[in-house]
Design a protein around this ligand. Structure first.
Ligand SMILES: Cc1cc2nc3c(=O)[nH]c(=O)nc-3n(C[C@H](O)[C@H](O)[C@H](O)COP(=O)(O)OP(=O)(O)OC[C@H]3O[C@@H](n4cnc5c(N)ncnc54)[C@H](O)[C@@H]3O)c2cc1C
Length: 423
């Protein structure tokens, strides 16, 4: 093994060190070099040294994507040494944080500062850069993709120089918010946050048809509404969902929806069996174990109920082995060029296959249904999008590709998966 002066381990082909895999273990790569910069200067130097040798570069967040987005055979970077909140602007409610900071680490600082993120997803272990730039979202009919809160970022270019992106560079900002690291390595981000708030969560069980009847009203009435449709009794265990059977009006245990609403409240914190109140970020996350390979598509909101009905039908009729729940959530449209919610209020429909099983016919069948509704896949979850599909469903795809080519004409920040989507 040779180690450069910049802490970069080059020509490290010992299997133990060269191999990287993602959290769930369905994506892996053998890297020619890896690095863990401790500062922005080191990050820039490592990238310049690698591209100077013709190596491609990818930065991994916390490895929670199911797609090959973080893979490379070139220089693979972790920003685990570049964490922490650097600046808090109380007046504007903005924070600047190093890109390797996890959402969990960020929200601890926000809590202490009397601030909150506007919304969060199901987990908080992702790095902020990794999460936001794949279009990670929570649920809420009026709440956009998390990346909508990015008001600035620093992008390390292939030559090691830094491109500063902020509201004075609107095209770069709208392209960069959801860009999968193809516009450069992000060293830090500035985020718009909000005053601290508490959430009251309520969970209960409904039969599928009852959930469909309540769908529009719950989405309108509550800041956050989502459900997991569970085809079979054992389905809820796949996602560690709590037992809400005592709340069911019919006693059904299969073909049921595990419902959840959350709203801002002034109530004091408490925790009951089916409801609780706590600081925002203490309510959002739920528990997952790495036992699923997930596909999730954003469907225009007006087609949500038809789409989930159609997926439910094929699961029950054609794929009885598909026992993982469907997760169903809401996200408001936003302006980011490659956001799955670009100018489109949407619901998201997610399904999972079981690791070790051949679930591809099932996922392809779901893909076929959801495509029919003009769906756009989550960039970090399994999908079947081709480069042509990208153009068909993303009106700003050509602009995004042109900008990417301008910043990185040699494609140092691409891998095979990203090349077919964005070259
Ligand atoms: C258990 C689980 C729960 C999830 N829950 C949700 C959810 O509720 N909502 C949702 O929308 N998604 C969810 N996801 C998907 C997840 O949020 C995304 O896949 C997210 O991108 C993962 O973040 P990460 O930090 O692990 O990034 P990674 O997967 O490591 O990387 C994602 C992309 O970002 C790039 N990248 C990372 N850091 C940088 C950087 N500093 N500079 C440039 N590029 C960078 C990588 O190269 C890659 O292209 C979930 C995934 C899992 C496994």
């Amino acid at each position: 093994m040779t180690t450069s002066s910049h802490n970069m381990q080059v020509n490290d082909f010992g299997i133990e060190h060269a191999h990287w895999r993602n959290w769930v273990g369905n994506q892996s790569c053998v890297r020619a070099a890896r690095g863990a910069p401790q500062s922005e200067d080191e990050l820039c130097a490592m990238i310049a040294a690698a591209t100077g040798r013709g190596l491609n570069v990818r930065v991994a967040g916390s490895g929670h994507s199911f797609t090959p987005v973080a893979l490379t055979s070139g220089l693979h970077l972790t920003l685990s040494g570049m964490k922490g909140v650097k600046h808090v602007d109380r007046e504007k409610r903005r924070v600047t944080a190093a890109a390797g900071t996890t959402i969990n680490e960020l929200v601890k600082v926000l809590k202490a500062e009397g601030l909150s993120m506007l919304n969060q997803g199901d987990i908080d272990s992702q790095a902020i850069a990794g999460a936001f730039i794949t279009g990670t979202h929570g649920t809420g009919a009026a709440l956009p993709v998390l990346a909508d809160c990015i008001v600035g970022m620093k992008l390390v270019q292939p030559d090691g120089s830094i491109l500063v992106v902020d509201e004075t560079t609107p095209d770069l900002l709208l392209a960069g918010r959801v860009s999968l690291g193809t516009l450069g390595a992000i060293s830090e981000m500035t985020l718009q946050v909000t005053d601290s708030y508490r959430l009251k969560e309520r969970i209960w069980r409904e039969d599928f048809e009852s959930a469909m009847e309540m769908h529009d009203e719950l989405a309108e009435k509550h800041r956050h509404f989502s459900f997991f449709w569970c085809p079979y009794e054992e389905s809820r265990h796949c996602y560690c969902l709590p037992d809400t059977s005592a709340t069911s009006k019919t006693g059904r245990t299969s073909d049921v929806c595990e419902m959840k609403v959350m709203d801002i409240t002034e109530e004091a914190p408490f925790e009951g069996e089916f409801d609780k109140v706590a600081y925002s970020s203490d309510v959002y996350p739920i528990e997952y174990i790495p036992n699923f390979h997930e596909l999730e598509y954003a469907v225009p909101r007006q087609h949500g109920k038809d789409a989930v009905r159609a997926v439910r039908k094929i699961m029950l009729d054609e794929f009885p082995e598909a026992i993982f729940p469907i997760e169903y959530r809401f996200t408001a449209g936003d302006e980011a060029w490659m956001s799955p919610f670009h100018r489109q209020d949407s619901v998201t429909v997610s399904v999972s296959g079981e690791p070790g099983k051949d679930y591809w016919d099932y996922l392809r069948a779901v893909d076929k249904i959801l495509r029919g509704y003009g769906a756009r896949p989550h960039w970090g979850k399994l999908h079947f999008l081709t480069g042509e599909d990208v153009e068909a469903v993303y009106p700003r795809a050509q602009d995004f590709r042109a900008l990417r080519r301008k910043l990185d004409p040699q494609g140092f920040y691409l891998n095979d998966h990203l090349s077919q989507l964005f070259r």
